[in-house]
Ligand binder design. Structure first.
Ligand code: NAG
Ligand code: NAG
Ligand code: NAG
Length: 223
């Protein structure tokens, strides 16, 4: 197996990447009620709250193209806090987040904030991590999590398709199609046009496969 890293700059929705062959805190009752009331009133919006801005993503994907088509993924996103909040809200579709892997860490102090609960809203395709503490304005936090999904069969998100090689043999290809709002099918992300960020993308593949990206290769490492 081999891991390929590509630098990937720009809003993820604009790009098509081709991958060929490839805790306990006691709260005063009132304070708790107030926080919960805040949570509820903010929760029903099709737009992501304008409280956080993704700065840089590190996405690791291992699609089992010659196996059961599972995608094993890991996400790390650096987030700048534009307005204090106790919720981290992002998009995903048909992705299972490993709940116990979810961490929100204050990068400068390497301090991890306790998670209160996590919830998925299928209508708005939003995943919300509720924290027991507020993220402070101006600080940078790291959201990290493990996830699993499946390569899709339709041409959206991260999907599998086939082609014929020179000898006429059918070969499998895993490819991505993110426009207009399908990046959220490939990995959890803040999938809105104004939430532009930079990316490092790692792709694990079998040694006999090739990875092709529309951004330069940084390195390939056998493992
Ligand atoms: C797919 O296969 C991998 C590795 O063999 C395994 O860890 C994973 O649980 C399987 N996924 C499903 C949905 O069966
Ligand atoms: C894709 O199609 C195959 C075969 O029909 C099916 O087993 C698989 O579950 C489908 N995958 C998804 C993500 O729908
Ligand atoms: C690459 O290796 C896998 C098994 O590791 C095999 O299933 C697949 O057919 C191979 N692909 C090519 C193009 O040889």
């Amino acid at each position: 197996m081999t891991v390929t890293l590509c630098g990937w700059r720009g809003w993820l929705g604009r790009f098509t990447l081709l991958l060929l062959l490839c805790h306990s805190v006691t709260y005063a009752r009132k304070r708790k009620m107030r926080l919960e009331a805040e949570d509820e009133e903010e929760e029903t919006n099709i737009r992501l709250p304008p409280t956080l801005r993704p700065v840089h993503y590190t996405v690791r994907l291992h699609p089992l193209l010659h196996g059961n088509h599972t995608i094993i993924g890991r996400l790390e996103v650096e987030l700048e806090v534009l307005k204090a909040t106790s919720r981290v809200v992002f998009h995903l579709v048909d992705i299972d987040v490993v709940e116990e892997s979810v961490r929100v860490t204050l990068i400068s102090k390497r301090r991890t904030l306790p998670v209160k609960r996590q919830r998925y809203d299928p209508e708005y395709q939003q995943y919300t991590v509720h924290l027991r503490r507020r993220l402070r304005q101006g600080n940078i936090y790291l959201l990290s999590l493990h996830f699993q999904s499946m390569l899709g069969n339709a041409t959206k998100g991260f999907f599998v398709t086939t082609y014929k090689d020179k000898e006429g043999n059918e070969r499998k290809v895993a490819a991505t199609q993110f426009w207009p709002a399908d990046a959220r099918r490939a990995f959890p992300c803040f999938d809105e046009p104004e939430m532009k960020a930079t990316f490092d993308l790692y792709l694990a593949r079998e040694a006999n496969m090739t990875a092709i990206s529309n951004m330069p290769l940084v390195r390939t490492t056998p493992m």
